[in-house]
Design a protein around this ligand. Structure first.
Ligand code: MF3
Ligand code: CO
Length: 254
C-alpha cells in the first residue's frame, strides 16, 4: 500500500530529512585517510542521538550499525569495522534517521583524498543519474518514468545498473511501497500523487552490473571487483513536482 502523508507527517519527514543532511555535512570533514569506518559510525551515532533522533538501521533485521559504509567495490550495506580509509578510496555513507516516528534516508559517495579519473567519472555520473530520476517526479508521472530515466542515463555512460536492489517508499517505515527500480519502462508502474514520499537511489558500477553477497550476509559487492557508487535522496511528491527532503548542504542540488 502506498501511503499519502498528511501535512503534519510531511513536517516530521522534513525534519528527519534535514537531520540526514546535517549528519552528512557533519561527517564529511572526518572522511580522511586513516580513520576507520567504525569511528565514522560512532561519530554519526552520537550526532543522531544528540539530536533527539534514532539511528534506524541499527537493529533493523539484525544490522549492527548506524551507517552503511561501502568502500570501492562494496556496493551497499558495508558494515563499519576496523578498516582504515586509504587515500584514493571512494566510500558511500548511507544512513536512515528516525525523528518522532518518521524516517529520512540518503546516501552519498565521498572521495578519500585524491581519487583517479575512473572513480571521478563513476561518482559524477551516478550522482547525475539520481537527478535524472528526480526530475521525472511530479503528480501523474509513473515510477517507470523514474526508472527508465536513471537506466538510460547510466547505460549511455557505460555504467552498470545494479538490479538486485532498488529505491523505495518511506514514511513511518524506512522501506514502504512502492519499489523504485533503477531500470524500467516509461509510463509503467504506480502513478505518483502529491504527498507520496520515495527514495531514489541508483547504485552504479564501473564494470559489469552483477553483484554478490559476502559471508556476513549484508555486504553487497561487485562480482568483477569494479568500483561502485551510490547516491540517494528522499523525495516528496508535491502539487507541481517534487521537494528534496534530504537537501545537500555542501553544494546545490542539481
Ligand atoms: N539506506 C538503506 C536503504 O535504502 C538502508 C538499509 S540499512 C539496513 O535501503 F538497515 F538495512 F542495513
Ligand atoms: Co534507501
Amino acid at each position: 500500500m502506498i501511503t499519502i502523508k498528511s501535512e503534519r507527517e510531511i513536517e516530521l519527514m522534513r525534519k528527519a530529512g534535514m537531520l540526514v543532511s546535517e549528519m552528512h555535512q557533519f561527517i564529511k570533514p572526518y572522511i580522511k585517510e586513516g580513520i576507520t569506518t567504525k569511528e565514522l559510525d560512532k561519530l554519526c551515532e552520537d550526532f543522531i542521538l544528540k539530536n533527539d533522533a534514532v539511528p534506524t538501521c541499527k537493529g533493523y533485521e539484525g544490522y549492527p550499525a548506524t551507517l552503511c559504509t561501502s568502500i570501492n567495490d562494496r556496493v551497499v550495506h558495508g558494515i563499519p569495522d576496523n578498516t582504515k580509509l586509504k587515500n584514493g578510496d571512494i566510500i558511500t555513507i548511507d544512513v536512515v534517521i528516525g525523528y518522532h516516528g518518521y524516517q529520512g534516508d540518503a546516501a552519498w559517495t565521498y572521495a578519500v583524498g585524491e581519487v583517479d579519473d575512473n572513480k571521478k567519472y563513476l561518482m559524477k555520473h551516478t550522482e547525475e543519474a539520481l537527478y535524472k530520476g528526480i526530475k521525472e517526479v511530479k503528480p501523474g508521472a509513473k515510477i517507470g518514468d523514474i526508472s527508465s530515466a536513471v537506466q538510460n542515463y547510466a547505460e549511455s555512460h557505460n555504467l552498470g545498473v545494479v538490479r538486485e536492489l532498488c529505491g523505495h517508499g518511506i514514511g513511518r517505515e524506512m522501506h514502504e511501497d512502492p519499489e523504485v527500480p533503477n531500470f524500467g519502462i516509461p509510463n509503467t508502474g504506480p502513478r505518483l500523487k502529491p504527498g507520496m514520499v520515495i527514495c531514489i537511489e541508483p547504485m552504479l558500477t564501473f564494470g559489469h552490473r552483477d553483484v554478490a553477497l559476502l559471508d556476513d550476509d549484508w555486504t553487497v559487492i561487485t562480482q568483477d571487483g569494479s568500483d561502485a557508487a551510490h547516491y540517494e535522496h528522499t523525495i516528496l511528491v508535491t502539487e507541481d513536482g517534487y521537494e528534496i527532503l534530504t537537501p545537500r548542504l555542501d553544494k546545490e542540488d542539481i
